[in-house]
Design a protein around this ligand. Structure first.
Ligand code: GDG
Length: 473
């Protein structure tokens, strides 16, 4: 089998063998276990200049190839164009995006630097899979350097309607660069439709035909097992004891303005105001590890949350009960799984989200005999699959309040019925199936139009491998 070359802005720590860090590493676990692979990207470190040659470290069958980012590229490529311009625009937030031509120059420079460092490492038969919005231009740069390998591109975040996307200066350049890609993946059919329409509008109808939806998943049974194992772990018991018999609602999100945290806090406050019988009966724990703490917008969000939580706790708390607990440190994954299992309610209310893996993790973590209720934003990609959740508009605190009220009172048989539907879909759309579907579309075993839609199939049911598509030289 040919080598798989994964390209992503961040590379997991090779010491962890690529299996334990972040969502993408988890999703890639099966693919990495089964074939020779290279994982290429930023080391997470900065230096005077961006590296020209990747540092290589081999672990098992995977070679980790990393580059340091120059200070200037960190500022313009990463903090600037990627995080301050593209991230908000792709999440429909044109109004808060910050553009600067020097940032776009840094984005072009860094995509090219990545391509130049990767090209010499490639073998003719490699399959290259580029991930996410930091690297829209890289496939075109690889082609310009003469690379003829199959190249896939997967966008983990939403793709907005083209009227929003076109507000981004240089939007057309990003779209044109996708011409170099053989298979383009988005999370949902809505994202795929938006991207196709944007491509068709610039005369790239042929490229639009290579776009398909491939919903990412989690290691569902692995997470379920972890949550069950941790149900009585020390930290979990400590939390349970501290609740004094009250129900737990939980939120777990990177501290990011797309996750709808101030609105969620307001919704929880509105529930206590409007349905006072729940006061003193429920505690909301929000875990929100700080991310991108060096970007100004993120510092402002943190202040807003500090105030919001303080206000509600100040107004509603009793000497022996504070309604909201709020942690901005990361919590270990096994402990999180145990917390989720204990929770009566999972609150996942992003204003916009490509998929949202926390929603799926919450479902996987539940006790099948006594599952909790998921309150989920209609603007998370996960809402397409998780129809057993209570679906809310995250911008409307009263809608969140009503869903919380319904969740608190929901009888066991309804909770079970809703959870069973969600668990079936989370299991069927696992991370390894996502990976397999995308790779079979890219490597020519399935048509892109069918691959994203296909029902989950066990490996043995996969169609026979078709001969590989040849790229024109
Ligand atoms: C992007 C897209 C898409 C969170 N806090 C802690 C912690 N987490 C873990 C969660 C989950 C992951 O981080 C977050 O994944 P999400 O999908 O929710 O969100 P993004 O980070 O924005 O991811 C998103 C995803 O890519 C995959 O394609 O779904 O739409 O934005 O696994 O559990 N993990 C630990 N401690 C924490 O405090 N250990």
């Amino acid at each position: 089998m040919s080598r798989l070359v994964i390209v992503a802005n961040r590379v997991p720590d090779p010491k962890e063998g690529g299996a334990t860090a972040g969502g993408l590493a988890v999703a890639m676990k099966d693919a990495l276990a089964n074939r020779e692979a290279v994982w290429f990207g930023w080391s997470g470190k900065t230096a005077a200049e961006t590296g020209t040659e990747a540092a290589l470290a081999r672990h098992g069958r995977t070679t980790f190839a990393t580059l340091d980012l120059g200070h200037d590229d960190y500022k313009h490529f990463y903090q600037g164009f990627s995080n301050a311009a593209l991230w908000p625009v792709l999440h429909y937030r044109l109004g808060i995006a910050r553009f600067d031509r020097r940032d776009f120059a840094g984005y072009q420079r860094t995509n090219l630097a990545f391509a130049q460092a990767l090209a010499p490492l490639l073998q003719p038969d490699d399959t290259v899979w580029i991930h996410d919005f930091h690297l829209f231009l890289m496939a075109a740069d690889l082609r310009a350097l003469g690379c003829k390998q199959r190249i896939g591109f997967f966008l983990h975040v939403p793709f907005p309607p083209r009227s929003v996307f076109n507000g981004l200066p240089h939007a057309e350049k990003l779209l044109e660069a996708l011409e170099a890609v053989d298979t383009i993946g988005t999370q949902t059919e809505d994202d795929a439709e938006n991207l196709r329409a944007a491509l068709i509008a610039i005369g790239k109808g042929d490229v639009a035909m290579r776009v398909g939806a491939f919903a990412i998943g989690i290691d569902a049974t692995g997470f379920a097992k972890l949550a069950a194992q941790r149900a009585n772990a020390k930290e979990v018991v400590r939390l349970r004891d501290s609740l004094g018999g009250r129900s737990l609602a939980i939120g777990v999100d990177r501290l990011d303005y797309t996750k709808g945290l101030p609105q969620r806090i307001a919704g929880f406050g509105a529930m206590l105001e409007r349905f006072p019988r729940h006061r003193g009966k429920i505690t909301f724990l929000q875990v929100a590890p700080v991310s991108r703490g060096d970007v100004a917008m993120y510092r402002a969000l943190r202040r807003e949350l500090d105030e919001g939580v303080g206000r509600i706790n100040g107004q509603m708390a009793e000497p022996d009960w504070a309604p909201i607990r709020y942690i901005t440190r990361a919590v270990a994954r096994p402990t999180l799984a145990g917390f989720m299992r204990m929770a009566r309610i999972g609150l996942v209310t992003p204003l916009r989200d490509g998929m949202n893996l926390v929603a799926k993790e919450f479902v996987a973590a539940q006790d099948p005999a006594d599952p909790g209720v998921l309150v989920l934003s209609r603007f998370a990609g996960a809402a397409v699959e998780l129809d057993g959740a209570l679906i809310v508009n995250p911008l409307d605190p009263d809608d969140i309040a009503e869903a919380l009220d319904a969740a608190m009172d929901m009888p066991a048989d309804e909770r079970l019925d809703r959870w069973n539907r969600m668990w079936t879909s989370v299991r069927a759309g696992s991370a390894s199936i996502w990976c397999r579907r995308f790779l079979s579309a890219l490597e020519g075993t399935t048509d892109v139009a069918d691959a994203g839609q296909a029902e989950a199939q066990p490996a043995s049911d996969q169609p026979e491998k078709k001969p590989r598509r040849k790229r024109a030289a």
